[in-house]
Design a protein around this ligand. Sequence first.
Ligand code: MLT
Length: 262
Amino acid sequence: MTVTINGVTLAYSDQGQGKPIVFLHAFPVNRTMWEPQMNALSHTYRTISIDLRGHGESDAPLWRSTMKQFADDVIGVLDHLSITQATFVGLSMGGYVLFALYRNYPERVAGLVLADTRAQADTEDTKAGRMAMAQVAYHQGAEAIAELMLPKLFSPATLATKADLIQTVRCLITSTKVSGMVSDLMAMADRPDATDMLATITCPTLIIVGQDDVATSPSESQFMADRIPHAHVEMIPDAGHLSNMEQPEAFTDIVKSFLKKL
Ligand code: MLT
């Protein structure tokens, strides 16, 4: 399904009935990364996944974006669906969007699941890396970005045994438009530090991380858990950065037990 929000056509999936759960994807993939969780949870919940602008079946305008813009788009989709409050699950860049969403629309958030993400802003080195990656995307295309990113996204166990999953993620990356990648990279480089707001998060919050995540490490998850009231970390063995795809059942079970307690 699609809807035009803030001048941009956004694609989303809306499955099942019940309390709404909204899934926000990582860079530089799309909403299909949440299929295992959508399929498992839509028996009991209304599950919504959204292609952020620049991704999947959404428009990819040749323009810069911000985490606030992504959050405004998500709220626009929820307004269209008449959803006033939801539990949000965001992985990595999806988590960065959730910080902007909570900062601007706390009343819309019933619960937060922050997966394989971090609160800190980019360092100067990381920003320079984003700029270099944008140049690679522009000059060499999405395949070159897949080559750079794939080794950093998975645990050693996944790399050794799940060739099909790696191929699936390669396709997700190579199907992403360069304009989308570049505007994500600018948005991530410019995002504000969320450390100060962690203590102000009052909704139930769960933090999930793959034990072998090298992109957003377990220590960064613990950093958030130490500052968000009542939050705790669930670590998934044999998972790296894309923990929900590498260990879909474990990830879903953890989210399920969190949702049951809400
Ligand atoms: C992501 O998975 O969304 C990115 O790796 C996040 C980042 O580069 O900071």
